[in-house]
Design a protein around this ligand. Sequence first.
Ligand code: FUL
Length: 452
Amino acid sequence: MNKQLYMILLLFVISIPLRAQDEPVPSEIQLKWQKLETTAFIHFTVNTFTGKEWGDGTESPEIFNPVNFDAGKMIKVLKETGFKMAIITAKHHDGFCLWPTAYTDHSVKSSPWKNGKGDMVKEIEQACREYGIGFGFYLSPWDQNHPTYGTSAYNAFYKNQLRELLTNYGDVAEVWFDGAKDKKAIDMEYDFDGYWDLVRELQPGAVMFSDVGPDVRWVGNEKGIAGETMWSTIDVKPENAPGKMSPEYLNVGDPNGKLWIPTETDVSIRPGWFYHEEEDDKVRSAQNLVDLYYTSVGRNSVLLLNIPPNKEGLFAEQDVANLYEYRSILDETFRNNLAKAGADKTLTDGHLESYTTLHTNKPFVVKLKKKATFNRIALQENIADGQKNEEALLEYWDGTAWTVLSELTTIGYKRLLRVPLTTTDKIRITVKKSKSPVQLAELGLYKASSRE
Ligand code: FUL
């Protein structure tokens, strides 16, 4: 064998395992989380009673009295409208705790609600178990009530609270951190590494959210809009602690990123995160919620939709009505996959593990048994093996020629496309650019509900 050929062969052999190892893939808990698709946030605290969005820690627990609070009623609505997990604000920036923590009196313990004997986090958790959805909590590091805030003693206090929530409420599906703080008054140094170690130790099945992970990242805005190009991979350097990475970068990610940290799209059904009566006529419509589904789940993200309880401790009527209508529209749109009549079974069986491998510039044709009329396309990659597609072309056969349906970039876990109403018995997809061969796991053709 000549030396040149030997070198080429050697390079080829050593590059295979290296390439496979280099490509980031989701952990088991990240993959499970991504499949939830739609999750719910419940923002509730003293703000609901003061009308504020950010309390300042001086609120009296006396004002907290949601007389008709009913976790079961609210979680039932979430379950029936397709949400697979609920995350409750156990503590927001005002420091008021919705559970009777042993580490401060600034909690439900000092409120008239259930004569100070209630535990709202427990009631939400129990209702989640009853209806079979995941339970998660938000424990704001920014706490404007606790006297130690701003000193290292606060980190110890915060970890004590975290430990209570991680040990007394069964399996936790997600822990939500954020980096918010009032930098002008006190620039507290949060011990994120310490917080994260504690969650891993006590709840290895929980994913952790912050601006930059470690498991789930922020999408870069609170409007419900993930980037059209959306990589689940990014690079996090030590200097990019929560709060320091640019929203633009988070919104799109990085095809060459070394870490798998997918986005969660958090957005509220109302202008504020907390319930305010004056926003009763500003609730997102069912159609607007459906749009959010397309711009989050349909762009390789997970939707985290906030529905805030009112002063009574219940979801407001309009919010509930719009949620049911939103779900019924989505169900109608995605009930019938028209590609089932014809497409390879691996592409319509609902499993990521069965897929068709697509190579660059090799068109893959899907023939239908009879003509179908559709205006929505769903694509999925087998992300268990990473995210690969960078550019692709979708075309349909118009009887005489291949005509462009869509030129798209990333697919990832799920990509939903709204295209003009099209009738055909043949479509084809051509990968134009990819990191490695694309594992196309699902292909769906749907006709949208007229209510969309
Ligand atoms: C932010 C908070 O400052 C908002 O009040 C809200 O909780 C949002 C989800 O996260 O960081």
